[in-house]
Design a protein around this ligand. Structure first.
Ligand code: ZN
Length: 132
């Protein structure tokens, strides 16, 4: 397992990239809109991991509500796993509260699922299946 990326909620990807690209020197490698989550996404490579900027497409989305209540900042940690469905089933058997009991399509056409922060002591965890 490894950290695939850290997700950061921002008001504006344009404005945020100024800092991450110009001040930190990272390069945005991909941008897309993930319609089923209501977010625009910008990915930046950082060593073996990545940073993901998340800008909501409207206020009535999970990231839009996160920004309204908590402001910009760290939104989730994404951990890469070998077999996401097996992992989710094992976590469910252990009594972990899951947001997604069944994996769904996330950014980059990869299979993802979110684990509720109440299970992980306050941090929203995203699982993503490893690419082969
Ligand atoms: Zn993510």
């Amino acid at each position: 397992m490894k950290i695939d990326h850290l997700g950061i909620a921002v008001q504006s990807i344009e404005a945020s990239l100024k800092f991450y690209e110009e001040a930190l020197g990272l390069t945005c490698s991909a941008r897309e809109v993930v319609e089923n989550q209501g977010v625009r996404v910008a990915m930046m490579a950082l060593g073996e991991s990545r940073l993901e900027l998340l800008e909501p497409t409207s206020t009535d989305t999970p990231v839009g509500r996160f920004l309204a209540t908590r402001g910009e900042g760290l939104h989730h940690i994404c951990i890469e796993v070998d077999h996401i469905l097996e992992k989710l089933q094992a976590m469910k058997r252990m009594g972990c509260r899951l947001i997604d009991e069944v994996p769904r399509m996330g950014a980059e056409n990869r299979t993802i699922a979110f684990v509720h922060p109440s299970a992980s002591h306050g941090v929203l965890i995203e699982l993503v299946e490893r690419k082969d």
